[in-house]
Design a binder for this molecule. Structure first.
Ligand SMILES: [Zn+2]
Length: 388
C-alpha cells in the first residue's frame, strides 16, 4: 500500500471509536485511509515517526476570536492551528450581522484552517468590545442575525451573547437583550452560546430559557457570578441542565477559569462538556497560550487523558454537528490529526485569577496534519511552563 502520509508507531487515542493503542495511520487524498496495528509494509511520500507521541483527532476549539485585523481581539487562525494542534475552531461572536460578511471574505475564506462562527446578537460584534456591544439596544439585531445565519450555512452556525451587565445592560434592558438572543437562536433553528459573568439575569433564570444544545461558556469562572451558589454548591438548575444536554464549555480566557471553581464542580459531578480556550490577543501570551495548555489543567485536576482528549475533539465536533467527519480518526474521515507530546516534569500552570499550580504533565502540540497536509510550525514554547 502507498499513502501520502504514514504516521508510524504512535499511541492513538480516538474517543469516538473508543480506541486506544499503538496504531499506524495512513493518509491519502486528505482522508484517513487506514488505521492498523502495523502498516510496516506500506510506503508513503511522508513518513512521520510518532514513537512516544499521542496521535489524536485534530483538536476542535469551541471558543476563539480570529477576526484578525478587524476586531482588537482577533488572532490569526492559521497561526493558532499548528501552535495548538487545532484544525477546526469556532469564532464566538467576534462579528454580528453588520460585519460578518467581511470576516468571512477576508479571514474565514482565506484561512487554511476550518473556521466556523457564531453571530453576535449585536450587529457590530466585538468591533469595540471594551465599550459593551449591547448597551445601546438599537444594536440588538434579531432579523439580521437570523438572516446572516441563513445566508452562510455551514459557516455561521449559531448565536452568541456576552451576557454581562456591563455589556448588555442592567434590568429590563439586559433582560430584553438576552431574550432577543434566545429568539435569534430559535428563529434561525440553531443554538445559543451564553457568556456568563455578572449577568443581569441569574444563571438559573437564564437556564430557564435555554434548551439542550445551547451552551454556557466560561463555566468555571470565579468572581461574583458562578455556577455555584453562595455556599459553593452546584445550582440544582445547572445540574439538571447538564443532564438534559446543555453544553458547559470552559472558555478559559482572560478572566474566566478559576482552579477552585473547576475543582469544586468536578468534585460535585459537573465535568466540562468541552474544553476550549477563548484565545484572543489579550491572553495568548498567558495565561491561556494554547488549547493543549488548557487541556493540561484538567489532567492536573484529575480528569483522565481519554476524557480530556474527548472534551477537545469528539465532544466539540458533536456540538458543531460535525461528528461524522471531525473529531475522530475513523477511516474515511477528513485527515485532521494532532500529534501531542505528553511531557513529564514540573510545569507551572496559571488560571485567570493569577493562581499558579505545579503540574507534573504538560500536553504540547508536536505536529499537526490539516486535511491531509502537514502544517509547518508548532511545537509550542513549552519551556515557558518549566518550574524553576
Ligand atoms: Zn470569547
Amino acid at each position: 500500500m502507498t499513502f501520502d502520509i504514514l504516521i508510524r508507531g504512535g499511541e492513538l487515542i480516538d474517543p469516538a471509536q473508543q480506541l486506544r493503542g499503538t496504531r499506524d495511520v495512513g493518509i491519502t487524498a486528505g482522508r484517513i485511509a487506514a488505521v492498523e496495528p502495523s502498516l510496516a509494509d506500506a510506503e508513503a511520500t511522508t513518513v512521520i515517526e510518532a514513537d512516544g507521541l499521542l496521535v489524536v483527532p485534530g483538536l476542535v476549539d469551541l471558543h476563539v476570536h480570529v477576526d484578525r485585523g478587524h476586531t482588537p481581539l482577533g488572532l490569526d487562525p492559521d497561526l493558532l492551528c499548528p501552535a495548538g494542534g487545532v484544525t477546526t475552531m469556532l469564532d464566538t461572536g467576534s462579528t454580528g450581522s453588520g460585519n460578518f460578511p467581511g470576516f468571512r471574505r477576508d479571514v474565514i475564506d482565506r484561512a487554511d484552517t476550518e473556521v466556523l462562527a457564531l453571530i453576535n446578537l449585536s450587529c457590530i460584534g466585538l468591533a469595540a468590545s471594551s465599550l459593551g456591544e449591547l448597551l445601546d439596544r438599537r444594536y440588538a439585531d434579531v432579523p439580521g442575525t437570523v438572516r446572516t445565519i441563513r445566508e452562510h450555512p455551514g459557516v455561521a452556525v449559531g448565536v452568541k451573547i456576552r451576557a454581562g451587565a456591563h455589556i448588555i445592560g442592567t434590568g429590563e434592558t439586559g433582560r430584553a437583550n438576552f431574550l432577543d438572543a434566545v429568539r435569534a437562536a430559535r428563529e434561525s433553528g440553531t443554538w445559543l452560546m451564553v457568556h456568563i459573568g455578572e449577568s443581569p439575569l441569574s444563571i438559573p433564570e437564564m437556564l430557564e430559557h435555554m434548551q439542550p444544545g445551547d451552551c454556557i461558556t466560561h463555566c468555571y469562572k470565579g468572581g461574583s457570578e458562578r455556577i455555584l451558589d453562595p455556599a459553593g454548591r452546584l445550582f440544582d438548575e445547572v445540574r439538571a441542565a447538564a443532564e438534559q444536554g446543555v453544553v458547559f464549555d470552559v472558555g478559559h480566557g482572560y478572566g474566566s477559569f478559576q482552579w477552585e471553581v473547576a475543582e469544586s464542580c468536578l468534585k460535585q459531578g459537573l465535568p466540562p462538556t468541552t474544553i476550549s480556550t477563548d484565545l484572543h490577543t489579550k491572553n495568548i501570551q498567558g495565561p491561556v497560550y494554547d488549547l493543549p495548555t488548557t487541556m493540561s489543567k484538567f489532567l492536573h485536576l484529575g480528569v483522565s487523558l481519554e476524557e480530556v482528549i474527548a472534551m477537545a475533539t469528539t465532544r466539540p465536533a458533536r456540538v458543531l454537528g460535525l461528528e461524522q467527519d471531525r473529531g475522530t480518526l475513523a477511516v474515511g474521515t477528513t485527515a485532521d490529526v494532532a500529534l501531542l507530546e505528553q511531557k513529564s516534569g514540573a510545569f507551572q500552570l496559571t488560571d485567570s485569577y493569577r493562581q499558579t499550580r505545579t503540574a507534573d504533565r504538560l500536553l504540547v502540540a508536536a505536529g499537526t496534519i490539516r486535511r491531509g497536509e502537514v502544517v509547518p510550525g508548532g511545537g509550542g514554547l513549552w519551556t515557558r511552563h518549566l518550574a524553576r
